[in-house]
Design a protein around this ligand. Sequence first.
Ligand code: ZN
Length: 189
Amino acid sequence: MVQLSTGDMLRSAREAGTPVGLRVLAVMDRGELVSDAIVSALIGEHLDLGGSSGAIFDGYPRTQPQAEALEILLEERGRKIDHVIELVVDEEALVTRITGRFTCDKCGAPYHDTLHLPKVEGTCDVCRGTDFKRRPDDNEQTVRTRMAEYREKTAPILPFYVAKKLVRRVDGMASVADVAVAIDSILDA
Ligand SMILES: [Zn+2]
């Protein structure tokens, strides 16, 4: 399957200079947000290029208008959504996970203040490096703002897909391996 991430698409459209890409470029250069209509056009362009093996939408649709636009885009192409996977998370646990993250500056190995410290304090287990870094957006305020935005704008589209019997709930607090197995079994069913 092709993964259709709107963030990646916007970046590559700019670089490729497709008709939609040129519109994106103009909007972004004016410092404005890219509209639902442009995002839909971009998704349509990628669905036409993506072949018939299926697609994973990542970060889309985020709003009710986008969900409705996607229905039309798919219908026009004789395609449909098979599954909407909801990763259910506990907000407090998520804040703890994200705010404690740091990585080795040299090799990128991931660590965590409470969940996974290096075996020797201040020394990377993998490369023995001693410098570490944190992402500036891995802070509590950013996480809570993102969650609030999700609750306000994105979560309300779930009933739209529940009514179509498409929503599959997966425990997003399980290990990465268990989440992967759960998603695989949904796709294989
Ligand atoms: Zn390292």
